[in-house]
Design a protein around this ligand. Structure first.
Ligand code: HEM
Length: 443
């Protein structure tokens, strides 16, 4: 091929690539955030990343009775090939603080854990106070606008002088939250009584340019750490034990934190497997000091009832204090309820045995995998017999990642997402099964 022809082909190639990108950006804007959009610097749509404020959340008119039957979006964050990456998606602000049938249980557990464990799970430094206050205002505003029948406004004052401020009734817990000045509690306590998420408040220190954890309400860390080890430290220290942090995450996270605007919220999800649905310490992260014979214990549990514990996370920046708010909340999915979702058992089995070595260790997959492998093999054979997959189906991340294939089809406004599996019982809460099992001293 001569030089001119080569150049011509490159120009044609580039213009096709460019128009594909433009079409995609228009498409993202049209369909909005309902389709999970992988966020990389070059893929920002027009409104996203500008200085426009975020749109108000859309009201979801469910009643406290309906919440008891409401399931949230079905997360399936299983990727293959599996590399440690940021894996963040643009967040539809309606899903910042999600609602589901576990809400009441989580709020009650938060209170129990706060009173019992104090600073192990709830702590704040004085320099984070203004950010916590701004967060309290934002969470209140969000809950009232997104769930008008679940959070009602008894007093709607501006925060100016003593006696001013808001009074809200949480119609699910029936608690009245008096947030008038002077506040009777720390702002994070009100936040924690409104939303079922764990909250981390991160501020940039202008002196060294590093991002520090200045306040946290984290009753559900799952057991691999507690907040007293993290408060007052910066992001690198917080992630010191995270596999491949230095090589795969550190740089992109720093760049992201530096640029992220208040109208650029994102979400992500990670996961591991455990045989319980406890919130403060998962069995898989228990230590022998508190629960000896872990291996014996797990063998008593039927593999089909093992749960994938998804840690669903969001990140957003507050406009006034510029604090970064990181939220996390666990959601449990049993292996049984995902059994007829194409490739899910195959992906889990593959990751449990062939995922990156340090991730396998960090998630303690070695402890559970041999107990689950026979059952996962049965499910894979079953999927083939049902024609859901074949020997030729490629084992890779599914097109609806990070959600189940039915995320867009099995939804209604009263019940939320409806798992189509005949064996899924919507009225059951996984946490109820563990109610009668005594907790270890650390939970
Ligand atoms: C884009 C931003 C972030 C990314 C990509 C990220 C990524 C990760 C990853 C990969 C892990 C290991 C667990 C997993 O598989 O998910 C982790 C753990 C953790 N992250 Fe982040 N993270 C981010 C932001 C934050 C922020 C802002 C905080 C707030 C302080 C935070 C706090 C934590 C904590 C406390 C852990 C547990 C660490 C441990 O096991 O000791 N992360 N993060």
């Amino acid at each position: 091929m001569n030089k001119e022809a080569g150049l011509f082909l490159i120009v044609i190639g580039l213009s096709i690539a460019l128009s594909f990108k433009q079409i995609k950006s228009i498409f993202i804007r049209l369909v909005g955030s309902s389709s999970p959009t992988k966020v990389t610097e070059e893929k920002k749509s027009l409104r996203y990343g500008s200085d426009e404020p975020l749109p108000e959340p859309t009201p979801l008119m469910i009643t406290p009775e309906q919440v008891e039957n409401y399931d949230d979006r079905p997360w399936r964050p299983f990727r293959w090939p599996y590399h440690q990456t940021m894996s963040i998606f643009k967040l539809d602000i309606n899903h910042w603080l999600d609602m589901d049938k576990y809400y009441i249980h989580y709020i009650e557990e938060k209170e129990r854990i706060r009173h019992k464990y104090g600073k192990q799970n709830y702590d704040w430094l004085p320099e984070g106070y203004d950010a916590c206050f701004e967060l309290m205002e934002m969470v209140t505003d969000h809950m009232v606008k997104r769930y008008p029948l679940l959070f009602t406004v008894l007093k709607n004052g501006e925060y100016k002088n003593d006696g001013d401020g808001k009074i809200i009734r949480n119609e699910i817990t029936k608690e009245v939250l008096d947030m008038t000045l002077p506040l009777k509690d720390h702002p994070l306590i009100y936040v924690s009584k409104l939303a079922k998420e764990d909250f981390y408040i991160v501020l940039k220190n202008p002196t060294d340019g590093l991002h520090y954890l200045v306040a946290a309400a984290v009753p559900f860390p799952g057991g691999s750490f507690d907040i007293s080890q993290k408060i007052g430290t910066h992001i690198d220290t917080i992630h010191a034990d995270v596999p491949y942090y230095k090589t795969n995450l550190k740089k992109s996270m720093e760049r992201w934190f530096g640029r992220m605007k208040p109208n650029e919220p994102v979400e992500r999800a990670s996961w591991y497997i455990t045989w319980d649905a406890k919130l403060k310490v998962s069995n898989v992260y228990q230590v022998p000091e508190f629960k000896p014979n872990l291996e014996e214990d797990l063998k008593k549990f039927d593999p089909k009832n093992f749960n994938v514990r998804v840690e669903r996370q969001t990140l957003r920046r507050l406009p006034k204090t510029q604090a970064i708010i990181f939220t996390n909340h666990p959601v449990f999915y049993s292996l049984d309820e995902m059994k007829d979702e194409p490739m899910v058992p195959s992906l889990i089995k593959k990751i449990l045995y062939e995922g990156p070595e340090d991730i396998l260790k960090y998630k303690n997959f070695g402890l559970v995998r041999d107990h689950l492998s026979g059952y996962l093999d049965e499910l894979i054979i079953r999927q083939k017999a049902l024609g859901l997959i074949t020997d030729e189906t490629p084992l890779k991340t599914q097109p609806t990642y990070p959600f189940a294939y039915w995320v867009k089809t099995d939804f209604d406004y009263v019940n939320g997402w409806n798992n189509p599996s005949a064996d899924y019982k919507k009225s059951e809460r996984k946490t109820d099964v563990f109610k009668d099992i005594p907790l270890a001293d650390n939970e």
